[in-house]
Design a protein around this ligand. Structure first.
Ligand SMILES: Nc1ncnc2c1ncn2[C@@H]1O[C@H](COP(=O)(O)OP(=O)(O)OP(=O)(O)O)[C@@H](O)[C@H]1O
Ligand SMILES: [Mg+2]
Length: 364
């Protein structure tokens, strides 16, 4: 389940996010707790020990249902006790990162939200964009969190199409399949389902899908918000209901990527998704590896290198390192890089605090 938003600017849970506890329920639980005789006795003890109730409430907050955390923090702060954001040091275990900073994806993994603009985090922007029908295009190198962010925002509501050069119209809107009796029956595709159910749909690797194929989605993505299913006249015109939302994700520099002007103009929010290297360190990735990766990433931006490790490679490094040791993980990281980038990683690491001669992992 997605965590409730924790910033004061957070939009309230709304009809699109029924899986989030309505705030009124949470308030009721807090009030219930505060009305317990024990809590009243604890509050009375403040006259003897000024911070006693704060300590107990804070402890209770940590023990309770995770959904209540942000609200309990609010309650404690209202009493004039500012809550600092916990800052886990580089190399600290993932669990040490501030719990309120993440959302949980349907696969159970944590997604640590990041700022998008000055006031909201990325998950909040995606959710607000859905309420206002502003479709976002997330672009950036592989492994920077584009898919993870979208899953964190929409959880089980999300339909996903993983685009390839072979994606066909039928993969989006549906087609005829043979049933057990051998008769052909129409089965709706994910785009049609998302439109009629008012759900979000992620067109992942959208740049790999042939623009001609994608043009079937144009009507749903502009003011018309409808689609004529020409392959099945009896299916007629599909109308998108409130809540339908399209997110595109792409690596614009991958071979074969084409994005038509017509498609680009239907995405009104465009954002580059990059790796937050300090977050990777807070998630337990060796800080020397993080700093080497960050350095390489800066050189990619200056056009000096073609590749740098992103979130995906860094988290894999952390996990491989835990299982097989650091040297193994470094040589594995080098082997996992595109061939042309391998000498650069070896050279970058050979200079730093982990200085040694590293070769790409190899079984001889
Ligand atoms: N902010 C984050 N918090 C926690 N984990 C993250 C975050 N960003 C990325 N990750 C992790 O990094 C890995 C790569 O993320 P993801 O698959 O979303 O990248 P992507 O940008 O969609 O890549 P691709 O372009 O290859 O599809 C995943 O394991 C994901 O869980
Ligand atoms: Mg992805």
């Amino acid at each position: 389940m997605a965590r409730p938003n924790t910033q004061s600017t957070a939009p309230a849970a709304n009809k699109f996010y029924p899986h989030e506890a309505p705030k009124s329920d949470v308030d009721a639980k807090i009030n219930d707790l505060k009305n317990k005789p024990l809590m009243q006795k604890i509050a009375a003890s403040d006259s003897l020990f000024p911070d006693a109730s704060k300590l107990v409430l804070t402890w209770a907050m940590q023990q309770m249902n995770a959904d209540l955390d942000p609200y309990m923090k609010n309650e404690v702060s209202k009493g004039g006790h500012a809550e600092g954001r916990s800052v886990a040091g580089a190399g600290a275990a993932e669990d040490e990162a501030d719990e309120a900073d993440f959302f949980v994806r349907p696969n159970g993994q944590k997604y640590f939200h990041r700022a998008w603009g000055n006031t909201l985090n990325d998950v909040q922007v995606l959710r607000r964009a859905r309420e206002t029908n502003q479709y976002p295009l997330l672009y950036g190198p592989p492994g920077t969190g584009k898919t993870a962010m979208t899953e964190a925002a929409f959880g089980d509501d999300l339909y996903t199409v993983l685009g390839t050069g072979d994606t066909e119209v039928a993969d989006l809107i549906g087609g005829y399949v043979q049933d057990e009796a051998g008769a052909f029956v129409w089965v709706d595709g994910p785009l049609v389902k998302a439109a009629e159910e008012g759900k979000p749909i992620l067109l992942d690797e959208v740049g790999l899908i042939d623009p001609k194929v994608l043009s079937v989605a144009y009507g749903l993505m502009d003011g018309r918000r409808e689609l004529v299913v020409t392959a099945n006249p009896s299916r007629g015109t599909v109308k998108a209901i409130d809540g339908f939302f399209v997110i595109g994700a792409t690596n614009p520099n991958a071979p074969g990527v084409r994005l038509s002007e017509a498609l680009l103009s239907r995405f009104t929010l465009h954002v580059e998704v990059t790796t937050d290297y300090s977050m990777a360190a807070r998630m337990g990735v060796n800080k020397h590896i993080v700093s080497a990766a960050k350095n390489m990433d800066a050189r990619v931006r200056q056009g000096e290198l073609d590749w740098a490790p992103q979130f995906r490679e860094l988290l894999a490094f952390r996990d491989v390192s835990k299982a097989f040791g650091e040297r193994f993980a470094i040589e594995n990281l080098i082997a996992s890089a595109p061939e042309m980038a391998r000498p650069d990683i070896s050279a970058t690491l050979a200079k730093g605090p982990l200085a040694a001669t590293y070769m790409p992992a190899q079984i001889k």
